[in-house]
Design a protein around this ligand. Structure first.
Ligand SMILES: [Zn+2]
Length: 585
């Protein structure tokens, strides 16, 4: 099997919208892209490309998947040739099927070493003598509590050329591993000699969404340069594809993510209760990072420094984020240079107001309407009001709605009651239109391929819906695989297709990682399409927290157990007790 990281790399280099764009004319539709389906004939586009997660799904014929399965379908290629075609497009050489993969230092080994180093840095920080300087900065100067320091696993790299090196050596790590993992450097003067990369710095471990320490950032405590030093790319880390604190923020991203410039901003925000803050890793935001953010939220509030450099960076971030289909807003901060300083000066509540106050989009809309229509003409004024009421109807926050209603009433010289009434009407129309669309989708999908792809689902309607949910969440967050194997086994799935999906994903996750593209190796195109539908359904709902996943796993287990008992007709005492215990959990 081609390893997940190679497929992931191919997908990062071949954006799905670019590849599909050579077959289909795509136009932007909200945060996604739409076009006429190349796999069935249609006049209105129901073929959707989700640029955020690199997948496509056709609501007309149910075809779906990722860029790999798209090429297989469109060019009638087998799995291997589709990957080859992607590799050719970006000039990458695929590993030979038979040749052993050339192995330097493995990712797993670097991750283990990083964990060891993170513990060392933490112990140094809390060492009464060694860690004094680090504590003076983090606790004294920046005012962080020890709880916050522990939450982020912060540490201190002592002012020594060999402290970490000797510690790692004692723990069995080789010189090559330390150098490849960017913890030590080879001396330019004497190649036999290696020394620590991070010296006299407070250390910020960078943790991926699976909880692995993948890299470090270090801030210097004297005048040495650079002020911030970050790990270079290693077998375990690509700087352009990771975000600081995403491991925490992903569980608080329902409304939006806050994008900051530095580690300290993020930590200050989390400590103040804004746990949806992330930062890039010492560089300007990359397109990959924008797409990763889109995986977790449709909205990003950019909270950069207020200086000239910060404004320029915010402009660039706005552009990249909107290209990735994210609605980006910029926070306007006055009276402080960064979020950390702002919260220290004015408090958390005031920062919260700042966040909710970034309603630039509606103000922008009002300006646009005022330009478009002549408000002295009553016909045009009605149309202007309709436009704005529709916009308000799309807003889910009640408070925001009230504010906008007040604004529209004032701008157009109407009473608030009449605006409110029209907003309610617009909302009704919107909901019934969506329901119609949903009905159509469901009908089309189930009638076209429903029973053929997963024939068991008709027999177990309730259980198969739960299975679909669990698999959809697993596809959206492969990092849940470990948790999934501890909560469920293959036997908890009643339908054959979902059972196979479950076994495949968990198996791949254990053997070096899972990528959606790997499904195409072992499943038929219709089955891959079905997987794409599960994931698309989950993505649309945006609810994929650890807790929701566990709940669904537990529900599925209970339902399946009950069903099996019913089918076998008798229940042993032991089973009854086990089931009761399960329910009480
Ligand atoms: Zn289609």
């Amino acid at each position: 099997m081609i390893p997940a990281n190679i497929i992931e790399d191919l997908k990062f280099r071949n954006r799905i919208e670019d590849v599909i764009g050579t077959y289909v004319t795509l136009t932007r539709a909200g945060s996604n892209m739409k076009g006429l389906c190349p796999f069935h004939s249609e006049k209105t586009p129901s073929f959707t490309v989700y640029t955020g997660n690199g997948s496509f799904y056709c609501f007309g014929c149910g075809a779906g998947g990722d860029v790999v399965s798209f090429l297989m379908r469109a060019e009638n290629l087998d799995y291997r040739s589709a990957l080859q075609s992607l590799a050719d497009r970006c000039g990458v050489t695929l590993p030979d099927d038979d040749a052993p993969v050339k192995q330097g230092v493995s990712r797993q080994r670097v991750l283990e070493m990083n964990k060891c180093a993170a513990r060392f840095f933490r112990d140094m920080l809390f060492d009464p003598v060694q860690g004094e300087k680090g504590r003076a900065y983090l606790m004294g100067e920046r005012g962080l509590s020890s709880a916050v320091i522990k939450h982020f696993g912060l540490g201190y790299a002592p002012d020594s050329f060999n402290a970490l090196r000797d510690h790692l050596r004692k723990n069995g790590y080789t010189r090559e591993e330390m150098v490849e993992g960017y913890l030590c450097q080879v001396s330019k003067k004497d190649e036999r000699y290696t020394y620590d990369c991070f010296r006299n710095r407070v250390m910020f471990p960078i943790i991926d969404v699976s909880g692995n320490v993948i890299a470090f950032g270090g801030r210097v405590l004297d005048d040495s340069k650079p002020k911030y030093l970050n790990s270079a790319d290693t077998p375990a880390f690509k700087k352009s594809r990771n975000l600081f604190a995403l491991n925490y923020a992903r569980n608080h991203a329902e409304k939006n993510l806050i994008l900051c410039e530095g580690y300290m901003d993020v930590i200050a925000l989390h400590a103040a209760g804004f746990e949806n803050a992330v930062a890039t890793l010492g560089t300007a935001i990359t397109p990959d990072q924008a797409r990763i953010m889109k995986r977790y939220s449709d909205k990003v509030i950019i909270s950069y420094d207020g200086d000239e450099a910060g404004r320029k960076a915010a402009d660039k971030a706005m552009k990249l984020l909107s290209e990735a289909g994210v609605e980006a807003k910029v926070l306007k901060m006055e009276g402080a240079k960064d979020p950390d300083e702002f919260i220290k000066k004015y408090g958390e509540a005031q920062f919260g107001k700042l966040l909710s106050g970034s309603r630039s989009r509606f103000d922008y809309k009002i300006d646009g309407v005022k330009e478009k229509y002549d408000l002295t003409d009553s016909d045009q004024k009605i149309r202007a009001a309709n436009d704005l009421c529709r916009e308000i109807a799309e807003t889910s926050s009640r408070i925001e709605r009230e504010i906008y209603i007040g604004k529209v009433a004032k701008e157009l010289g109407l009473t608030e009651d009449s605006v409110r009434h029209d907003v309610a009407q617009a909302e009704k129309r919107m909901i019934s239109k969506r329901k119609q669309e949903k009905k159509g989708e469901l009908y089309r999908v189930t009638s076209a391929i429903g029973d053929r792809v997963n024939p068991d689902s008709a027999k177990y309607p309730k259980i198969s819906r739960l299975e679909d949910t669990v698999i959809g969440m697993l596809l959206m967050r492969p990092e849940f695989a470990r948790k999934a194997s501890s909560l469920l086994s293959e036997n908890d799935f009643m339908t054959d297709l979902n059972k196979r999906f479950f076994a495949f994903i968990c198996g791949a996750a254990e053997n070096g990682g899972f990528d959606f593209g790997q499904l195409s190796e072992s499943f038929t195109q219709d089955e891959v399409s079905r997987a794409a539908k599960y994931r698309a359904d989950r993505e649309n709902l945006k609810i994929c927290t650890d807790a929701a996943f566990e709940d669904n796993c537990r529900l599925l287990k209970n339902e399946t157990t009950a069903r099996r008992e019913k089918e076998s007709g008798s229940t042993s005492l032991a089973e009854l007790i086990a089931r009761k215990r399960n329910k009480n959990q």
